[in-house]
Ligand binder design. Structure first.
Ligand SMILES: NC(=O)c1ccc[n+]([C@@H]2O[C@H](COP(=O)([O-])OP(=O)(O)OC[C@H]3O[C@@H](n4cnc5c(N)ncnc54)[C@H](OP(=O)(O)O)[C@@H]3O)[C@@H](O)[C@H]2O)c1
Length: 302
């Protein structure tokens, strides 16, 4: 079990060394996580991760591209910093002094205003621009300024490099189910505009970065807070908090995942040595127990 750190954070890897007959046990706190940078803090998973981390006693710095938009979401306990994952020069200052980075940011898998396409004034020109974004990959690459490959691929890569240059001891990344099954339905459809390719780029960069990492792969996200207006938002899919959490490895699970459980899994990973160097899928399935035992869930990871 991870132990509670001095300032309310968690000590990772307490190592007990048995020194013969005297059985002297030294609990060596190899690292202590207290200060966390959370990206995507204005988003669905990100907001919940901020709340969960504060509840666990962590000190949170929330990265946002727009402080004015973020401020009403949080109280004074959260330090808000402005940066953009696409702009590497904005990252070292916000990663500095952080013990861990929790990356919950991302853009939409399918074209939306979140892709930040520059649109001309005339409606017919706008329709033409969108049709080119939809069907012309080169055009998309050039004019969709926050497409999956830009935000989830290159942007996260920039963040990983900045974390590596700083003193960050841990990096937890929200990826997606299907990264290893991009050719199979329904992931082939999900990957139409390259979101799984982008997640794969970030995963590969993180795994080879030398950082102590955990990669969390949720299924289709459900439950609030709802921050993007897609079909999922309209039907308000929900577990009603009634389904259990199932973790897996090898990208074999299929299902949907409550944003709340993704946020909890990310924050709990920071303090649990069993998740270091692990890539795991998370879905909701079965009857939920009265309380979730995350260390028990993590102990099953391969
Ligand atoms: N939706 C699904 O079904 C699904 C499934 C599997 C995995 N995921 C992944 O789960 C994660 C969380 O999803 P969500 O639905 O909670 O996300 P969300 O509500 O859409 O929020 C996305 C967040 O990313 C931030 N962001 C976007 N581009 C950025 C950039 N260039 N620089 C800095 N921040 C940027 C946004 O900040 P702004 O406020 O500045 O826009 C926002 O806070 C994402 O990584 C997503 O890919 C989603």
């Amino acid at each position: 079990m991870a132990s509670q750190g001095a300032a309310g954070g968690r000590s990772l890897f307490p190592i007990a060394v048995d020194c013969g007959r005297n059985a002297i046990f030294f609990a060596i706190a190899v690292s202590t996580i207290q200060r966390i940078l959370i990206t995507g803090s204005t988003g669905g998973v990100g907001q919940l991760a901020v709340a969960y981390a504060l509840k666990q006693g962590y000190t949170v710095r929330a990265l946002t591209r727009n402080v004015a938009k973020a401020r009403p979401l949080f109280d004074q306990r959260v330090e808000l910093v402005t940066a953009d994952l696409r702009l590497p020069d904005t990252l070292p200052a916000v990663v500095a002094d952080m013990d861990a980075v929790l990356c919950c940011s991302g853009t939409t898998a399918f074209p939306s205003d979140k892709w930040q396409v520059d649109l001309p004034d005339q409606p017919w020109e706008q329709a033409f621009t969108w049709s080119r974004v939809l069907f012309d990959a080169d055009y998309r690459q050039m004019y969709a300024k926050n497409s999956p490959m830009v935000a989830d691929g290159q942007g996260v890569t920039n963040l990983i490099h900045a974390a590596k240059q700083s003193n960050a001891q841990r990096f937890v990344f929200v990826s997606s189910l299907g990264v290893e099954r991009k050719q199979q339905f329904p992931f082939s459809v999900l990957n139409t505009y390259g979101v799984l390719d982008a997640k794969a780029v970030a995963e590969t960069t993180l795994r080879s970065s030398g950082l102590s990492y955990t990669i969390v792969r949720p299924g289709r996200l459900i439950d609030g807070p709802y921050t993007s207006y897609d079909l999922n938002t309209l039907i308000k899919a929900s577990t009603d908090g009634k389904q259990a959490v199932v973790l897996g490895s090898g990208d074999r699970l299929l299902g949907q995942t409550s944003r709340k459980d993704v946020a909890a899994a990310c924050v709990e990973s920071l303090g649990d040595g069993a998740t270091v160097g692990k890539v795991f899928e998370i879905i909701n399935q079965g009857k939920r127990p009265a309380t979730l035992d995350w260390s028990q869930l993590f102990a099953t990871l391969q």
